[in-house]
Ligand binder design. Structure first.
Ligand SMILES: NC(=O)C1=CN([C@@H]2O[C@H](COP(=O)(O)OP(=O)(O)OC[C@H]3O[C@@H](n4cnc5c(N)ncnc54)[C@H](O)[C@@H]3O)[C@@H](O)[C@H]2O)C=CC1
Ligand SMILES: CC(C)CC(=O)C(=O)O
Ligand SMILES: [Mg+2]
Length: 371
């Protein structure tokens, strides 16, 4: 089958990790006789540099006309270090999510068996952890009215949620829980925030339609602690935009590195598939960033396109790279492989899964493998 994929590689390590995901997709196309047609488009700091706009209209059009969007990362220190910058790369990502109606961001968090001892958390604490975080993505404080007083002394960010915004992601989260261990934890701050109280009320109402799913509530401060103390208690976590952003970076410690955490952003139109990490500016161009989050995001994209065998093949290849230690320095500091070599291994394993000797030979060929 033929699929049109919009590729928004973005800034920093975005292009390097996205290139590895495309190697994996090309290998899948070979093995399963598909055709992926890629259209590159600008977003973020590189889009500002070239057009003055972090999200050119053309990018939105390309995404809307595609079957799926593969996103890298955006962000650049020249904006992070300039609080008065009027145009920022992050505005491009937020507007993109809004324009494509991507209200639901799904972030799976797993303790990979092979990596359990890489986590700073104890084996007995993280063992068996398998969480699906449902983060609301197009509402809340990231999208509220912003204001800075004329004298620059007071800044305001508004946070609002409607019943409709809460309901649509809540239904998706309950359906996911029905296919998993049938438990949802709503993470909020309902002891303080009006928006959180609306979340509790709305989610409690909707829960009546899903009698087989257990619903519980946790304040976000306690949830942050529970994520470290006892993460395997969680099945599906449902939460608003800001809390989901923070708690999922925290949860990445369980897997051993944020460089492993993939995500799917879905909603009313085309889906977008993106690692949860940012542009990791310190690593730009160094060939050291972990590409597995991007590769696993491509696997989530394939699942969304109903290509389940293909997605499983990528996940299996990632497991193999972890098993053999063909991984970057964040999880393999003693003998790190480069970003590109990890991508080469995954692609080669996908096309020749029975021939580990060949896979090894391929990644040891050419320029030095180990940094
Ligand atoms: N979705 C996106 O495009 C996001 C963009 N950002 C932007 O990225 C820029 C940098 O932000 P930071 O807060 O430093 O977050 P970041 O996620 O880029 O990096 C934080 C730390 O995570 C680790 N890390 C991240 N990606 C990794 C990878 N692939 N392999 C190995 N280690 C990895 C590194 O230790 C890094 O110092 C900022 O401009 C920010 O606004 C931040 C988060 C998400
Ligand atoms: C840069 C933000 C807009 C995005 C972010 O941190 C995220 O989606 O995880
Ligand atoms: Mg984030």
């Amino acid at each position: 089958m033929k699929f049109n994929i919009a590729v928004l590689a973005g800034d920093g390590i975005g292009p390097e990790v996205t290139e590895q995901a495309i190697k994996a997709l090309d290998a899948i196309a070979d093995v399963f006789d598909h055709s992926f047609v890629y259209t590159n488009a600008l977003v973020g700091a590189c889009a500002i540099d070239q057009t003055g706009n972090p999200l050119p209209d053309e990018t939105i059009e390309i995404c809307k006309e595609s079957d799926a969007v593969l996103f890298g990362a955006i962000g650049h220190p020249k904006y992070d270090n300039d609080p008065s910058a009027k145009v920022r790369p992050e505005q491009g990502l937020l507007k993109l999510r809004k324009s494509l109606g991507l209200f639901c961001n799904i972030r799976p968090v797993k303790a990979f068996d092979r990596l359990i001892d890489n986590s700073p958390l104890k084996r007995e604490i993280i063992s068996g952890t398998d969480i699906s975080i449902y983060r609301e993505l197009t509402g809340g404080i990231y999208f509220g009215d912003k204001h800075l007083s004329e004298d620059g002394q007071v800044a305001t960010d508004g946070c609002s949620y409607s019943v409709e915004e809460i309901s649509r992601i809540t239904h998706l989260a309950f359906k996911e829980a029905q296919n998993r261990r049938k438990k949802i934890t709503l993470v909020d701050k309902a002891n303080v925030l009006e928006t959180s109280r609306l979340w509790r009320k709305t989610v409690t109402e909707i829960a009546k339609d899903y009698a087989d799913v257990e619903l519980d509530f946790l304040f976000v401060d306690n949830a942050a602690m529970q994520m470290i103390l006892n993460p395997s208690q969680f099945d599906v976590i449902l939460t608003e935009n800001l809390f989901g952003d923070i708690i999922s970076d925290e949860a990445s410690v369980i897997g051993g590195s944020i460089g492993l955490l993939a995500s799917a952003s879905v909603g009313s139109t085309v889906g977008m598939f993106e690692p949860i990490h940012g542009s990791f500016p310190q690593a730009t161009g160094k060939n050291i960033a972990n590409p597995l989050a991007s590769i696993l995001s491509a696997a989530m994209m394939l699942r969304h396109l109903d290509l389940h065998k293909e997605a499983a093949a990528i996940e299996n290849a990632v497991e193999k790279s972890l098993e053999l230690g063909i991984t970057t320095g964040d999880i393999n500091p003693k003998k790190p492989f480069t970003t590109a070599k990890v991508g080469d291994f995954i692609a080669d394993f996908l096309t020749h899964p029975e021939d580990t000797n060949r896979n090894f030979k391929n990644i040891h060929m050419g320029q030095s493998t180990i940094i």
